[in-house]
Design a binder for this molecule. Sequence first.
Ligand code: ZN
Ligand code: ZN
Length: 289
Amino acid sequence: MRVGAHISSSGGPQNVFGRAGAIGAEAIQLFISAPQQWRPPNLGDEAVAAFHEEHERMPVPVFFHCVYLVNLGTQDGKLLNRSAGSLKQYLKWAGTLGVEGAIFHVGSHKGAGFEAVRDQICRVMLEVLEAADNDSMLLIENNAGQGNGIGSTFTEIGEIIRGCDSHPRIGVCLDTCHAFAMGYDITEREGCEIAMEEFDREIGFERLRAVHANDSKMPLGGVRDRHENIGDGHMGLDGFRTILAHPAFRDAPLLLEVPGIEGDGPDEENVNRLKRIREEVGAPGPDAS
Ligand SMILES: [Zn+2]
Ligand SMILES: [Zn+2]
């Protein structure tokens, strides 16, 4: 089990490795373009070479987080095209930089209903996978359930995957805060078992490729996406003990997306809190996954 974090890529993606090392992160998530803009990633040969060089020095699993504007559930053709184009770019760069996968939010159906947009989502995802024909995975992140968000239940995510003919390059990034806000009580042993049974039945544990490890400012079922530092929210340290003790979480790298003690994002303190819990529950160390 690896404890990693979202790391700032300011100054170039190659800089994430030094920053990750400084806070003890054992896995990395980064943006390769501004997440609130459509402007595509643009990395020169030097940046790519520097990234490979740094990654070789620190061979940890790396993931991209795609831009927030992506919406595969939209009725707006222009937005759908831009979303598809952006995902293709990200997945192509994932192949070029040799990272594990690109994590994305499916988007919102804006009231049209999941059934109405499911086929469109699957068609675009298959198009993206075909356009970026490499070894990197396209990873669906579960949603907190707000604003007609798609993929807030494991059943819905499973439907999307089956709609993509269970394509082997589709995986899932489970955000603990989003699941909790959606009403999955993964902080209690029984609730965690029920939730992960649904995950395994509808998706399969082998597709769980990353975990966003975030506590929640919102209570269980609060249906709002508000991350909190590990142990400081409604999920609590005990909640994370329950989660990390579940065998489903053994092999997927944990990636912190927390506000940070000083408000500067994931930090050493949050990394250490998860590492301590990993030890307390007897979960395997970073080399086991
Ligand atoms: Zn997340
Ligand atoms: Zn979130």
